[in-house]
Design a protein around this ligand. Structure first.
Ligand SMILES: C[S@@+](CC[C@H](N)C(=O)[O-])C[C@H]1O[C@@H](n2cnc3c(N)ncnc32)[C@H](O)[C@@H]1O
Length: 199
């Protein structure tokens, strides 16, 4: 059942919520599947910035984008996502994806790490445009452990509700620590709550 795959699920949400022809960031390029989605959405007028710390990820992604004829939309950056603010300004991105963990088919030793992931997510929230969407796909258990998941969940739970809406999805009846897709919507404007007279 295709709907059960986590990437299918969050790609569908992104396609339904995010306008085409925008600016998008893939914070964890890997084999390039999320970069490819964004390049298709970018079309001729949009732009995609994709980050990874492994040369192998850039090579794989380059091949994938070339095979789909969408290489021109993307800038592939060999750098850690915690420095994404060196490349993209605040309030500019229409959507950002983090798919945490290690490169499928690569070394399990090279994976996202709790502290740098938190720094990167906090920068991503600033880089998002008001009304835009941040998607996190969080893994736990096995090689990854639980620290990254716990730190990320603790961090996003404290985001101010007037500025962000945080939706955590669950594969509720699956065992063995299934991935956790998270959607964070940046509100259009921070609306101060004011009591109405006599309230
Ligand atoms: C699960 S994979 C991403 C899958 C990918 N989005 C795809 O569609 O194939 C996670 C990737 O994050 C990368 N990564 C780990 N730490 C990173 C960091 N600090 N900055 C950017 N990428 C990082 C890994 O090298 C790995 O390729």
């Amino acid at each position: 059942m295709k709907y059960s795959q986590v990437t299918y699920w969050y790609h569908e949400i992104i396609r339904s919520q995010v306008p085409e022809g925008g600016i998008y960031i893939d914070a964890t390029m890997g084999n390039g599947n999320d970069t490819l989605l964004f390049c298709k959405m970018a079309g001729k007028i949009g732009r995609v910035y994709a980050f990874d710390i492994q040369e192998k990820a850039l090579e794989k992604t380059k091949e994938l984008l070339a095979a789909h004829g969408v290489s021109d939309s993307a800038r592939l950056i060999l750098d850690s996502h915690e420095y994404m603010d060196r490349y993209i300004g605040e309030n500019t991105a229409d959507a950002i994806i983090f798919n945490f963990g290690y490169l499928p088919g690569g070394s399990h030793e090279i994976a996202t790490a709790p502290d740098t992931s938190i720094i990167a997510v906090s920068k991503a929230l600033k880089i998002l445009k008001p009304g835009a969407l941040l998607c996190l796909c969080i893994y736990s258990g096995g090689d990854t452990g639980f620290e990254e998941k716990e730190k990320l969940l603790a961090y996003i739970k404290e985001l101010p509700p007037r500025e962000y809406t945080v939706i955590v999805n669950q594969y509720y009846n699956r065992r063995n620590n299934p991935p956790l897709p998270v959607f964070i919507f940046k509100e259009q404007e921070s609306t101060e709550w004011k009591p109405i007279a006599n309230e």
